[in-house]
Design a protein around this ligand. Structure first.
Ligand code: KG4
Ligand code: ZN
Length: 338
């Protein structure tokens, strides 16, 4: 079965063709980062307009790469939510229009479920049950995934998402949006322990996170620094930030694994590209005999392939999908999508 996946929930227009047996047949992506960088973050109206401009050429590109015609597609998967309403409307209207024109089923995919299934695109597939750690610009969640489509939230952030904390730390260090990769690069050059930041909720008896206090601690450290532009200071502060985030996330994830007794961990979302977090989780999981699955680096951030891969997990839903009308869900949790 060939599924056309379309993602347009935020600042990436992603289109991909996924074969349920052969894997990815083609993928095309346009990132709006350069456009939004000028404003220090995503401007929703500009995002929608850019998705409109990009989506048809990207579709043409992906069909050409896969060397198949639109008629060969068996189903269409589009991100239905959560995300920016105007941006979601672009991908869903195009997806449902193609479905209507070709008389093919269309399924609305929950964006975080897409991230979750991005690890399928790495080749080795995790067996159920597993713990899912979802870390992105808008989410920080630990989910118990007992079976396909069965999600139970075990813990989440009480304030900022971890990706948001990376972006704000980068901004405070003079780096442009989105700053996760820059903070990670600085941290590699920094000295562990040269600066120490708090570990929020590390010892709390739950699986929740809080990153806004950490962000304030970063700001205060910069305010009190004799020379905040000193490269050594920037590297050491980035190191302190990354070490704090990694320690808290690793400890809570291990707690969730021990609590459930599950032997597999799936990590997904933009921050799953982070080198230090990958290393910390891999080390901790090896120690307790847990197998950890990450998406391929290029598919950690938003893309169309993960949306098609998630839909492949819902073939029954796909076959029964209605053709008349469609919706978007700008606020839609993974648990509510079951
Ligand atoms: O999943 P994603 O593409 O979009 C959302 O659904 O939010 O995640 C984007 C987030 C941004 O906050 C970005 O700074 C972060 O992922 N990110 C990283 C890295 N690459 C992307 N954070 C830390 N280290 C990275 N290497
Ligand atoms: Zn995302």
């Amino acid at each position: 079965m060939i599924i056309l996946g379309i993602e347009s929930s935020c600042d990436e227009t992603g289109v991909a063709l996924y074969h349920t047996e052969k894997g990815l047949l083609g993928a095309a992506l346009h990132s709006q980062i350069d456009m939004h960088r000028l404003y220090g973050g995503v401007v929703p109206e500009l995002a929608s307009r850019d998705h409109i401009r990009r989506i048809i050429p990207l579709l043409d590109q992906v069909f050409e790469e896969a060397k198949i015609s639109k008629k060969d597609v068996d189903a269409i998967a589009v991100t239905e939510g959560p995300g920016l309403a105007g941006a979601l409307l672009v991908g869903t209207s195009v997806g449902y229009a193609i479905g209507l024109a070709l008389n093919k089923p269309v399924i609305g995919v929950q964006h975080m479920e897409g991230h979750l299934y991005s690890c399928l695109l790495a080749g080795e597939k995790p067996d159920f049950p597993f713990i899912a750690l979802l870390v992105s610009g808008g989410h920080t969640q630990i989910m118990k995934v007992a079976a396909p489509g069965q999600y139970e939230l075990l813990g989440e952030t009480l304030d900022d998402a971890v990706g948001e904390a990376f972006d704000k730390t980068a901004q405070a260090l003079g780096e442009s949006y989105p700053g996760g990769p820059a903070v990670s690069r600085f941290a590699e050059q920094g000295t562990p322990g040269a600066i120490v930041l708090p570990r929020p909720l590390l010892h709390a008896d739950n699986l929740d996170f809080s990153f806004s206090g950490l962000k304030t601690a970063v700001m205060n450290t910069i305010r009190l620094a004799p020379d905040p532009t000193d490269p050594k200071f920037k590297n050491d502060l980035a190191r302190a930030f990354v070490d704090s985030v990694t320690e808290v996330i690793v400890k809570k994830t291990v707690k969730a694994l021990k609590k459930t007794g599950y032997k597999s961990l799936v990590v997904a979302g933009g921050v799953s590209a982070n080198k230090q977090l990958r290393e910390g989780l891999t080390r901790a999981c090896t120690k307790i005999g847990v197998k950890v699955f990450f998406p391929p680096l290029a598919l950690c951030t938003d893309n169309g392939a993960m949306i098609a891969a998630a839909a492949a997990n819902h073939l029954d839903k796909l076959k029964a999908s209605p053709q008349n009308g469609f919706s978007i869900k700008p606020r839609w949790s993974l648990e509510d999508s079951q």
